[in-house]
Write a protein that binds this ligand. Structure first.
Ligand code: UDP
Length: 367
């Protein structure tokens, strides 16, 4: 045996696992099919700005343990996510809060806002929400649903809001204060110097092979390691034997602009169907940058076909049932561990990925 663990994928799950296992004296090899480490948290410096190459990644958690863990590898700045939503040329604050309600209806007090929303919820008559549409209306009423949720959601997921699971919209807070902070979590920030620096530190001294496709030599890798830690797509691992899981993909269009401030905010969502992208990210605002130029990225949701980049698992009932079949096979594996958004087919946030990786490696090493 040449290695204790061969880790497939150098994203957050793989890097945390490799770091902890190596610290405990295990011999690890990390493989990544891309030309760089970091998976989708990879950031690259352009014009002195850390560009989030695979979409905005804002670290947030309510677990102090996870926050402290991440802070070992980088200092985090005080960035707070306060996105805006643009709908038919009107700008609204997100998440849904008193600023949004004031802009929509001119209401100034929480009491007035609650009355307005409750009236709309009552009129819609939804008791037990069965899908995203009903869940959204039950949370914020019909006006907000129509302007800020419906079209964005249908563009993002490529299907009707009534065909999506309710949990997706529960990610968004609704508040009756004038607080534009998108997340409830007490810990939030962007790593100074970018995410790649974190992954670099985690993988320091560990053998890493980029541009390396695990599937080209799967059996060989299995032979030379005690265990495989697989963070790629669950269905691909099993050659899609039960059928393809659905994912949502994205296309990013990044430009360097000869101006210092394009939109005055890190994230601006475009909530109407007519605009083909869901949001524009202006990367410098994640780190309060004062460079003379700016870098922006438009994010276009895409259908996923085999070979495309999978960004979001579609955790509806049909796909979860299919994933459960694959997970049954995975649970029987003696030499393979599955982790991360793709390996677990779960719409995880970064802190959940770190937490799962820590639990997984702890079980592996000490239980
Ligand atoms: N969403 C919406 N309007 C918005 C932002 C989000 O309707 O302006 C909905 C949409 O369905 C989206 C979900 O909320 O898929 C979760 O949004 P979040 O920003 O958490 O998604 P992520 O950053 O992971 O893409």
């Amino acid at each position: 045996m040449s290695y204790d663990y061969i880790i497939v994928g150098s994203g957050l799950f793989g890097a945390v696992f490799a770091y902890e296992a190596t610290k405990a004296g295990k011999h690890c090899l990390v493989l990544d099919k891309r030309s760089h480490i970091g998976g989708n948290v990879y950031t690259k410096e352009v014009e002195g700005i850390q560009v989030h190459e695979y979409g905005a990644h804002i670290f947030h958690t309510s677990h102090e343990k996870i926050w402290k863990y991440m802070n070992q590898f980088a200092k985090f700045n005080r960035f707070t996510n306060t996105p805006l939503a643009c709908y038919k040329d009107e700008m609204y604050n997100l998440p849904f809060n008193m600023n949004t309600f004031y802009k929509l209806w001119g209401v100034k007090t929480p009491k007035e806002a609650k009355e307005k929303i409750n009236m709309q919820i009552r009129e819609a008559g939804i008791k037990e929400p069965k899908n995203l549409e009903e869940q959204a209306i039950k949370l914020v009423g019909t006006d907000i649903y129509e302007k800020l949720i419906k079209e964005y959601t249908e563009k993002q997921w490529g299907r009707k809001a009534a065909e999506l699971p309710p949990f997706i919209i529960k990610r968004l807070p609704v508040r009756f204060t004038y607080d534009n902070n998108y997340f409830h979590d007490p810990f939030q920030g962007i790593p100074i110097g970018g995410y790649t620096k974190i992954i670099d530190k985690m993988l320091e001294g560990i053998e890493v092979r980029t541009n390396t496709d695990f599937f080209l030599k799967k059996e060989e890798y299995k032979e030379i390691s005690k265990k495989i830690v697989y963070t790629g797509m669950l269905d691909e691992y099993y050659q899609y034997c039960f059928g393809d899981l659905e994912y949502r993909s994205l296309r990013f269009e990044t430009s360097v602009l000869e101006e210092d401030n394009f939109q005055g905010n890190a994230v601006v969502n475009y909530n109407e169907w007519k605009v083909p992208y869901t949001r524009i990210i202006e990367h410098k605002h994640f780190e309060f940058g004062s460079q003379p130029k700016t870098v922006i990225t438009k994010e276009y949701p895409q259908d996923f076909r085999r070979g495309d980049e999978p960004y979001y698992p579609v955790n509806d009932e049909k796909n979860n049932d299919l994933a459960a079949q694959y997970k049954e096979l995975a649970a029987k594996e003696e030499k393979v561990l599955f982790g991360g958004r793709l390996g677990q087919y779960q719409y995880y946030d970064m802190d959940q990925v770190v937490s799962c990786a820590l639990t997984c490696v702890e079980k592996e090493l000490y239980w």
